[in-house]
Design a protein around this ligand. Structure first.
Ligand SMILES: Cc1cc2nc3c(=O)[nH]c(=O)nc-3n(C[C@H](O)[C@H](O)[C@H](O)COP(=O)(O)OP(=O)(O)OC[C@H]3O[C@@H](n4cnc5c(N)ncnc54)[C@H](O)[C@@H]3O)c2cc1C
Length: 856
């Protein structure tokens, strides 16, 4: 076969690694005056000179942090960055990551001009293909994501796929999605060019310099120790790839990431291999194929990955590779050969087996560690570090510069995991699954299958006996739904109504029409106590908490920019004793946060000590009355009050609140009393139709009420005004609370950027979160969370819009929203995987807007 004419012009030779080694592109080669030794002081120290560290340093420098040093134990790019396949595909599963990837591509496109080093950027586009109708639906959601962001993308049928990618065998394909403008780069050179660009802005790179210690004073980082001296600093960023847990461990911080072997093969010349072929992703075959120097690179995300312990990787591993594991890769290669028959005759010139890091939920780790102020992390890239590196570097630099997140980073926040999710045994087991998750079906409500059972509440066995199907959140096993007798509590996933739909509907109806019992024991719970407690909670939270003992306040924990770090319920148990209840995923960050900002009050994490049952529904009072002598009427026990009462055999703190938006009490009892409390309630509730409910039902209930879900509807980059929680902000209280200064300027008038309720007009259609909100066909917002509202008989959720009230044809009151000011109904719609479903917007909850059912 003759050599393709473009072979020599191919700008993306990421192999052999000598390309990088020989380039001696160390700090010295950037500038002969560059320092060789670590300086004694720097404002920021970035640990790790891969794509991520280089990007963080570049973006810090762009924001004026020129006094930044990058420390690299080997050479820039020598870790995992040099051996990536170099795919830069932009359409990701979430808006935040899509925006990061879009920025990354544009960054690479401009990188040669910025750095003087050509990173081999080439716009080939990418093509994902589907072997099943369900995968095609997943691609339809991806196409909707691309549309939302203005990315050129289109749906292809098998014949069009054959045209776009002639060497592919289209037999058995349902269709595909072509994403134009996606690109490839030479990853190692891209890391190097990024480093060079940072260097040009004043960042110093010190290679052959290993970090061996982290210095701190109290809970603040003050310096970085290396094998060649110590650097004092204000900020340290751990961007050490799969070695990050070891570096973080130097300061006692635990990270939830684990290494795995990751493989691709590079072939010799293949007929039909052309550099203009888009990157091919055969998701159902778990393989990707990209052009490479007249042949192909074939990589895999096999369903069962090969975790690799850190101890088994030599500490001086640089430009390294593991022994090829052909047996492990063979099934993937066989699938690639079926899909691209020309590969059958191609010689494998290079088999690359190399490490990459993966996290328990497939999203990377970003942000300031909970334990140590000034210590940041950017790691655990799940084989997307090239795609996301520039984008996440920009987001982290902005966070560091502003002191709090500036963009939506809740889904990748390093603080979202529990310490239990950082053990070697858990991570090893979970990583078998994490690698394959990249190309597995991304079903709504998908639950991990490996390493389950990490955190089981005291009711686990009882709920399981009642038919619970559990989901995992921060390691907790939580009942998501209850399978009716005779059916298995096992998910059957789909993009339509899943097999639990009817079960959740029954639980939902019980909560609205009778009574339901939800186990909410995974809530993060803290006691703030002592003479300084009132001052502490006044400083920590946005509402005025100097209220009578027994009062329950829904409020916000804000960062300095006024962003919501958690929405919480604070109960004043006594003048100097407060119970703080927060979302499950905030537990890890809250204890250090409350301790740091609440000092000198005593803060104790009582998450494991206290169980919580939410008894809610119109008969909840009747059920409770059979088990307690306490008066429960609205006068004696009004909404928003907490009291210690006996409930059957348990001594409870009962809070008159309900996330379902019904009459109800949250009952807090010692964990060891929870089984007795549950049994007594279930027995007493039987005549009233009480049944256990799961998180899917609760999600639908709260969505109908417009109650926000922290992490989805709002997060650290959103203010309470934007989240519709302005009522939690007491700007005039005596104490200067964290975030007040930032909020003061933003308090006047309604926010343009804000959440509104959304309901689909077609009762069959579903919302999974992330869908585009359209006004006359143009994108005006996105759904932040959605669930099925069985009371309103439609999918409901919340949507983030950029519009003043009145600009959108959403009514001020639920019910008349479909009528726009011009009288054209149905002009608002939601893009549900390519179908424009008419929708209704509302500033008010769709269910019980006046709140009378809950408040009495
Ligand atoms: C086979 C394969 C294919 C891939 N394909 C793609 C792809 O197509 N697209 C994509 O986006 N991603 C891909 N990836 C993933 C991508 O390579 C990584 O996500 C990315 O390189 C991570 O970059 P990083 O900067 O976090 O890590 P690294 O590049 O590993 O950088 C971390 C650096 O920290 C240094 N370091 C560690 N400890 C210390 C210490 N104590 N002191 C000083 N320095 C230290 C290391 O030497 C290393 O250079 C692939 C990965 C593999 C293995």
């Amino acid at each position: 076969m003759s050599e393709p004419p473009d072979r020599l012009r191919d700008p993306a030779p990421n192999h052999p690694p000598e390309h990088l080694r020989d380039a001696t592109l160390s700090a010295r080669s950037f500038d002969p005056r560059a320092v060789d030794d670590p300086p004694a002081r720097a404002r920021a120290v970035v640990i790790g000179g891969g794509i991520v560290g280089a990007s963080v340093a570049f973006h810090l420098a762009e924001l004026g942090w020129r006094d930044t040093v990058v420390l690299e134990r080997g050479r820039v790019g020598c870790g995992t960055s040099w051996h990536a396949a170099g795919l830069v595909t932009r359409t990701r599963g979430t808006h935040a990551q899509t925006e990061m990837a879009m920025y990354s591509r544009d960054f690479y496109a401009a990188l040669a001009a910025r750095s003087g080093i050509d990173p081999g950027y080439y716009e080939s586009g990418s093509l994902s293909i589907a072997q099943t109708p369900e995968r095609m639906t997943e691609l339809d959601y991806a196409l909707a994501m691309a549309r939302h962001h203005g990315l050129p993308a289109r749906r292809l049928g098998p014949a069009e796929i054959a045209e776009a990618w002639p060497p592919v065998d289209v037999r058995g394909l349902v269709g595909g999605a072509l994403f134009e403008g996606d690109a490839t780069v030479n990853p190692g050179v891209a890391a190097l060019a990024t480093a060079k660009a940072a260097f040009e802005l004043g960042v110093r790179f010190v290679e052959d310099c290993r970090v061996v210690g982290l210095r701190r004073e109290g809970s603040r980082v003050t310096g970085v120790e290396t094998d060649r001296g110590t650097i004092e600093c204000e900020v340290a960023v751990i961007a050490a790839g799969l070695w990050s847990p070891a570096v973080a461990g130097l300061a006692g911080v635990r990270l939830a990431l684990h290494a795995a072997e990751h493989m691709w093969v590079q072939t010799g010349l293949v007929e039909g291999a052309d550099r203009d072929l888009p990157i091919l992703r055969d998701l159902d075959g778990h393989v990707y194929v990209r052009h490479y120097r007249g042949g192909f690179v074939v990589g895999a995300f096999e369903p069962e990955g090969k975790p690799r312990t850190l101890a088994s990787i030599p500490p001086d591993f640089a430009f390294g590779e593991f022994k090829p594991d052909r047996r492990h890769f063979e099934p993937s290669l066989a699938k690639a050969r079926l899909r691209v028959p020309a590969l059958r005759k191609a010689a494998v010139e290079h088999f690359l087996n190399a490490p990459e890091s993966f996290t328990p939920d497939g999203a990377f780790l970003l942000g300031e560690t909970a334990e140590i102020a000034g210590l940041f992390v950017a790691a655990g890239l799940n084989s997307q570090g090239i795609i996301l590196g520039p984008g996440l570097g920009r987001a982290l630099a902005a966070w560091i510069d502003a002191g709090s997140p500036v963009t939506d980073v809740a889904e990748v926040d390093v603080r979202r995991f529990s310490p239990e999710q950082t053990t070697a045994a858990f991570l090893f087991e979970r990583t078998r699954e994490s690698l394959g998750r990249l190309y597995a079906m991304h079903w709504p409500n998908l639950q991990p299958e490996t390493a389950r059972g990490l955190r089981r509440g005291p009711l686990y066995e009882r709920l399981a006996a009642a038919g619970a199907c559990f989901g995992e959140t921060a390691g907790w096993e939580r009942a998501n739904w209850f399978a009716p007798p005779g059916t298995a509590p096992v998910y059957r996933y789909s993009y339509g109504r899943q097999n639990w739909f009817a079960a959740a509907a029954a639980e939902h109806r019980a909560a609205r029409e009778a009574a339901a019992l939800f186990d909410l024991s995974s809530f993060a719970k803290f006691r703030v106590q002592g003479a300084a407690a009132l001052g502490a909670v006044q400083r920590l939270f946005s509402s005025d908490l100097d209220r009578a003992p027994g009062s329950v306040t829904y409020t916000c924990l804000l960062n300095e920019r006024g962003g919501i770090e958690a929405d919480v319920t604070v109960t004043r148990l006594a003048p100097d004793d407060f119970l703080v209840v927060a979302p499950t995923t905030t537990q890890s960050k809250l204890l250090p946060w409350l301790t740091r900002h609440g000092d000198p009050a005593v803060v104790v994490d009582v998450t494991s000590a206290l169980g919580v049952l939410s008894l809610t529904g119109p008969f909840s009072r009747d059920v409770l009355a059979t088990l307690t002598g306490a008066a429960l009427d609205d006068a004696a026990f009004p909404y928003g009050m907490g009291k210690r009462i006996e409930v059957g055999r348990a001594l409870c703190l009962a809070l008159r609140i309900s996330y379902a938006g019904e009459l109800g009490w949250e009952l807090y009892a010692p964990a060891e009393s929870l089984p007795a409390l549950y049994d007594d309630l279930m027995a007493a509730g039987a005549p009233f139709g009480l049944r256990p409910g799961g998180y899917h039902a609760l999600d639908g209930l709260r969505a109908e009420k417009g109650f926000r879900h922290w992490g989805a509807d709002m997060g650290p980059a959103d203010t309470p005004f934007e989240a519709g929680l302005g009522f939690t902000v007491a700007l005039d209280k005596d104490t200067e609370f964290v975030g007040r200064a930032a909020l003061r300027d933003r308090a006047a008038g309604p926010s343009r950027r804000r959440l509104v309720g959304v309901k689909l007009d077609d009762p069959q259609a579903l919302l999974h979160g992330g869908e585009s909100l359209l006004l006359a066909g143009a994108v005006v917002g996105r759904v932040t969370s959605g669930a099925y509202g069985h009371t309103v008989g439609a999918a409901v959720g919340l949507a983030l819009v950029e519009a003043a009230p009145g600009e959108l044809p959403g009514a001020a009151v639920a019910g008349d929203a479909a009528a726009d000011p011009n009288g054209a109904p149905g002009i608002v719609a939601v893009d549900v995987a390519g179908t424009s479903v008419p929708a209704t917007l509302s500033e008010q909850p769709f269910h019980d807007p006046a709140g009378t059912r809950m408040r009495g």
